[in-house]
Design a protein around this ligand. Sequence first.
Ligand code: NAI
Ligand code: 15L
Length: 271
Amino acid sequence: MSADASLKFKRLLLTGAAGGLGQVLRPRLRARCDVLRVSDLAELGAAASGEEVVQAALQDRAAVLPLLDGVEAVVHLGGISTEQPFDDIVQANIIGTYNLYEAARIHGTRRIVFASSNHVTGFYRQDEVIDATMPVRPDGYYGLSKAFGENLARFYFDRYGIETVCLRIGSSFPEPKDRRMLATWMSYDDLERLVIASLSSPVVGYSVIYGMSDNHHVWWDNTPGKHIGYRPQDSSEPFRAAVEARQPAWLDIQDPAVVYQGGGFVKAGPF
Ligand code: NAI
Ligand code: 15L
């Protein structure tokens, strides 16, 4: 654990708790608060000690409002996590994120850690290094919805003072699956470090940071997010030899999935 191990909240909300990253963070966040409220559209299992379980669709405003009652801070992972038809994305990621911020405003929630995505800037090229101050270049409807979430967070900070750290997560899986993920990978332990740093940093206002481990080859410069105090301790490098052995030696540099940072997302669809 890289961040303050003594950090303890009264009540945190974790949305998307049934998903891949939600299942990773659920026990780790439970250890950091008196009560962890977990929510998802999907089945969440029984509440463990120190947990409250609430099944809810993010687009259901009446169901989302009580979710934020008594919550100090939120880790918002819930929503569609891949490129999908626009009509589905609108419900979960756009209306759903609006409902969450409105409920946070009404209940006086202080801080939200928002799982954004590298696909907000997926149409930058793999031969350039960007930072979070550069204009967004979403690579699909999913990336657009995350850009909306980031703008929504900016607005709720400017008008209502609700702090947000937007995490433009790269690829958080047990291991990097391909050559692209050697640049974009973030280990689960580093994910935890990033979330805890985002929750515990004294002042974050509205901040954006890329979620990646300490990889050798990277496309993102996290200098503008240094105040968050995230110190990754893992790297994709130990996986390089195995990943490269599974890939062709030479890449097709005309392929948009090779040209752009968003990889295959840049050519997903139309649906
Ligand atoms: P996931 O797809 O495994 O989990 C998302 C969860 O959200 C699911 O359990 C799903 O049931 C829930 N959900 C979907 N629509 C919902 C709705 N309308 N109402 C309530 N819950 C709903 O995704 P994963 O990998 O766990 O990612 C978590 C978050 O992090 C997502 O917001 C994703 O966009 C973001 N992210 C993840 C990355 C990764 O590498 N895993 C990379 C970049 C961003
Ligand atoms: C994402 O935003 C997705 O949620 C995740 O499933 C990965 O595909 C990741 O980006 C990525 O870019 O590898």
